[in-house]
Design a binder for this molecule. Structure first.
Ligand code: FES
Length: 163
């Protein structure tokens, strides 16, 4: 089964809402806790949250959309961020992004069906001397080239956490 379409245990959602709905200004901690529980905020949860907090669903959606770290789609276990800053761009960053997209079979902002990887781009990773570069979770990979990209994603189950 495609893991993105897995069943959601709604009982936990109701418990989380019950813990927070008496608090004033509880929307952000509430949606954060829902995201911690499910890995994202299921869109079907938005009208339920809105109802409990006596808000419009559009207001809940607006707050979620405002914060880049809140997600309404499942995320991959690993987040790949390819740099598209100037230093990386002039050293072939565009090609690196293209190759990463090809390796993972997804576009920017998307997650692989097996929920292993989410692909994003960033303005600058802060290691311009190592351009072109990318980050997987907290691990920086610099001076990327086509061969390195291939090696990096050869084993899809590779642990990309820093040693
Ligand atoms: S521009 Fe890519 S690391 Fe700074």
């Amino acid at each position: 089964m495609n893991q993105k379409n897995r069943e959601i245990d709604w009982s936990r959602l109701n418990e989380i809402i019950a813990e927070h709905c008496q608090e004033r200004w509880s929307l952000i901690p509430l949606v954060q806790e829902i995201q911690n529980e499910y890995g994202y905020i299921p869109p079907d949860a938005i009208p339920i949250i809105a109802d409990k907090l006596k808000l419009f669903p559009s207001a809940v959606q607006g707050v979620i959309s405002f914060y880049a770290q809140l997600y309404t789609e499942p995320r991959g276990r690993n987040t790949v961020r390819v740099c598209r800053g100037t230093a990386c761009h002039v050293r072939g960053g565009k090609t690196i992004l293209k190759l990463v997209k090809k390796e993972l079979g997804i576009d920017e902002g998307e997650t692989t069906d097996d929920l292993e990887y989410t692909l994003e781009t960033v303005a600058c990773i802060g290691v311009c001397a190592l351009a072109p570069s990318l980050v997987i979770n907290q691990q920086v990979y610099g001076r990327m080239n086509p061969k390195k990209v291939g090696q990096l994603f050869k084993r899809k189950d590779e642990n990309h956490e820093p040693a």
